[in-house]
Design a binder for this molecule. Structure first.
Ligand code: ZN
Length: 191
């Protein structure tokens, strides 16, 4: 399994939302999101779900890919609606709930302190776990803290868990830093 820490920043930045449901949203989709697509085959799906959830040895088939797409679109549409101050669509809520109703991944304790493993993980269970994360996120107080990164060229989602609630960037390492550098340059030019 590839670990998200080992991904180059350009890719890793998609998986820094702190929520597996939004991380899945960042793997691509329809319309605007199609430019981000990295899940072209069942093998891609198994790979990226493994990265997002930290699960080893997932395998996926064409049915899994078909199950993932509407769930991902429903999560994306709901998150972006909420970020824009609108409400979620009933059909998206129904899609998320249907996926969440399937049995999720089951964690297993191996060595104490070494991180949990999973009992016979499947891609179907992984998608249920992601849908359940979406239920938890959209049902709770953080639903009001979902935002789109303030960089005009970014478009990634973030969940602002900071106490003041003023987070603007998907990551400080990328968009936050670029904005800081731009600010410095502008101030230098004006001075
Ligand atoms: Zn950004």
């Amino acid at each position: 399994m590839q670990r998200r820490e080992d991904l180059p920043l350009s890719v890793r930045v998609r998986f820094l939302t702190g929520r597996v449901s939004l991380d899945l949203s960042h793997t691509g989709g329809e319309g605007e999101s199609a430019r981000w697509e990295i899940v072209h085959t069942p093998a891609d799906l198994a790979h990226w779900l493994g990265v997002i959830l930290g699960v080893d040895g997932l395998t996926a088939g064409p049915m899994d890919l078909e199950a993932m797409r509407p769930l991902r679109t429903a999560i994306t549409d709901t998150a972006r609606s909420l970020a824009a101050g609108s409400s979620a669509r009933a059909s998206d809520i129904a899609t998320i709930n249907a996926a969440a109703a399937a049995p999720p991944l089951v964690p297993a304790l191996g060595v104490v302190g070494a991180g949990a493993g999973w009992v016979a993980p499947t891609t179907a269970a992984a998608l249920s776990s992601i849908a359940r994360d979406a239920v938890d996120l959209f049902a709770g107080p953080l639903a009001e803290r979902i935002r789109v990164c303030a960089s005009e060229t970014c478009g990634l989602l973030l969940v602002d868990t900071s106490r003041p609630g003023k987070r603007r960037w998907c990551s400080m390492q990328r968009c936050g830093n670029l904005a800081k550098v731009r600010g410095h340059r502008q101030r230098a030019t004006t001075a």
